[in-house]
Design a protein around this ligand. Structure first.
Ligand code: AMP
Length: 114
């Protein structure tokens, strides 16, 4: 999509710090990290968010989750653990309407989902 920030990151029109890429997925460092490791994993094919995953092909969807695991391992998060979050819609404060998974780690997370 021409008007989508993350599509522009995938195309290279907006710079990013890549940590992983394959046929289906692009992963890069969040510009405003909320933890020592904060990576965004996104599908290369535009989809607006979790509420639209039924529009995705299974290969892209599976690749996103596999990439979250791979990125976490690559970032050295397996021992300490990590959190994978996808905000969907206004109540969850989704700000970019291109599906993304936050991979967060490197510190103790709060014992709440708020
Ligand atoms: P969300 O609020 O769940 O939609 O997450 C969007 C995320 O995108 C936020 O954590 C932002 O910090 C991040 N973000 C916005 N613009 C950029 C950018 N140009 N490069 C990297 N991360 C970005």
């Amino acid at each position: 999509m021409t008007d989508c920030l993350f599509c522009k990151i995938i195309s290279g029109d907006i710079p990013s710090t890549k940590v992983y890429e394959d046929e289906y997925v692009y992963a890069f460092r969040d510009i405003n990290p909320q933890a020592p490791t904060h990576v965004l994993v996104i599908p290369k094919k535009h989809v607006s968010g979790m509420s639209a995953v039924d529009e995705m092909d299974d290969a892209s969807l599976a690749a996103c989750l596999r990439a979250c695991r791979l990125v976490a391992a690559q970032e050295g998060l397996n021992d300490g653990g990590y959190r994978v979050v996808s905000n969907c819609g206004d109540h969850a404060c989704q700000s970019v309407h291109h599906l993304h998974f936050h991979v967060l780690g490197g510190r103790q997370m709060a014992d709440t989902m708020a």
